[in-house]
Design a protein around this ligand. Structure first.
Ligand code: NAP
Length: 343
């Protein structure tokens, strides 16, 4: 079993290598690939050093499964050809998520989409993964009709560069916290990744704005991927996606409306039994999720479950998930494990 990790030097790729090791994935050979810039770098895997090679179709020769996290533009240059040549590709970008020939899979939710006739799989958008891990078990019990989501997304969602930009800005602003009550807009640090200052701030724009609707493409992706994953083309759904100065761990405030009323106690029981979900919902003891508690873990944490005061069929909840793990690398490895079970 030869497994390639494309984008092995990136934020998600490094997590994929770690997860392959943690889960004892049955790979005989792991091939780390990245851009020319990283050729020759060493990556530790199972106590050995693996040498990073530049991505090419030849480097994928004989590879059974390629886990890819190198961005959509690069994925488009090799995924279809590699799949044609027999490699099962699991891609983290949005390049193929709406293609009917590619599976868009969260293994706990729609495992039936892993099929023998498919060689390309896509990991859904990291924020919709966190959202649906919390909502899909409730949907199965009570029938989801509408979803409204506000996200609080970590800077590592924009890769290495995002984390660096936040750290640099925190460094520049350290000691000037008092002045941030009356900031001089010209003196605020700004970077290429987030545009507006991300340190001590929130930025209500992830990806570009769609000039027609005013939504960002991140928000549009969330809506259309949710409809596909849940097989609910008529789902009423809208999102507002916001970047926050958190390193790792995406959070979502969700308002979900169901066909039938669902009491918070029943919702907690359903979620407690759902794989990949941990209920943290005990307000009396100040138990509720936060992204730092989700970071580094596999579970999506769900809490603050309450009934809407005016709409009894609507529940409100707050969920946090590690964007690099369940939102990307872990979900990719779980898809690969499901592919192996088909063989
Ligand atoms: N970060 C998240 O939370 C998250 C969540 C879900 C999905 N994703 C998706 O996962 C992908 C990677 O994200 P990331 O956050 O890991 O980004 P990142 O930290 O910037 O890493 C990008 C990786 O892609 C490699 N790469 C860039 N250009 C390449 C090329 N021409 N050929 C081969 N490899 C190339 C880079 O290699 P070098 O080091 O050599 O440049 C690096 O290993 C993106 O599609 C992103 O949308 C990310």
């Amino acid at each position: 079993m030869r497994v390639a990790v494309v984008g092995a030097t990136g934020a998600v790729g490094r997590e994929m290598i770690r997860i392959l090791q943690e889960r004892d994935f049955p790979a005989d050979v792991v091939v780390p690939l990245a851009s020319e810039r990283s050729a020759g770098r060493a990556i530790a895997f199972r106590g050995r050093e693996l040498e990073v090679r530049p991505l090419s179709l030849e480097a994928l020769d004989g590879v059974d499964i390629a886990l890819s996290s190198c961005g959509g533009a690069v994925a488009r240059t090799f995924v279809p050809q590699a799949a044609e040549r027999g490699t099962v590709c699991v891609d983290n970008s949005s390049a193929f998520r709406m293609e009917p020939w590619a599976g868009l899979v969260i293994p706990e939710i729609n495992p039936e989409e892993v099929r023998p006739d498919r060689r390309v799989y896509c990991v859904p958008n990291c924020t919709i993964i966190t959202t649906l891990m919390a909502v899909a078990p409730l949907h199965r019990a009570a029938g989801l009709r509408a979803l409204s989501v506000a996200s609080y997304q970590a800077v590592s969602g924009a890769g290495h560069k995002g984390v660096r930009e936040l750290a640099e800005q925190i460094g520049k602003l350290a000691g000037s916290e008092e002045e941030l009550g009356h900031p001089d807009p010209e003196a605020l640090p700004r970077g290429e990744v987030f545009g507006k200052t991300i340190a001590y701030n929130v930025v209500a724009k992830i990806d570009a704005f769609d000039p027609e609707t005013g939504f960002t493409f991140e928000e549009i992706k969330m809506a259309r991927e949710a409809k596909r994953i849940l097989a609910l083309p008529d789902l009423e759904i809208a999102a507002t996606c916001v970047r926050v100065p958190v390193v790792t761990g995406h959070s979502v405030a969700v308002e979900a409306t169901f066909e039938r009323e669902l009491a918070p106690t029943e919702a907690r029981e359903i979620l407690a039994a759902a794989p990949g979900v941990r209920v943290m919902d005990d307000p009396a003891n100040l138990v509720y999720p936060s992204p730092l508690e989700a970071a580094g873990g596999d579970d999506v944490l769900v809490g603050r479950i309450r009934r809407h005061p005016d709409r009894p069929a609507t529940l409100l909840l707050f969920a946090c998930g590690d964007n690099l793990r369940k939102g990307a690398a872990l979900n990719a490895v779980q898809i690969a494990e499901a592919v192996l079970r088909l063989r």
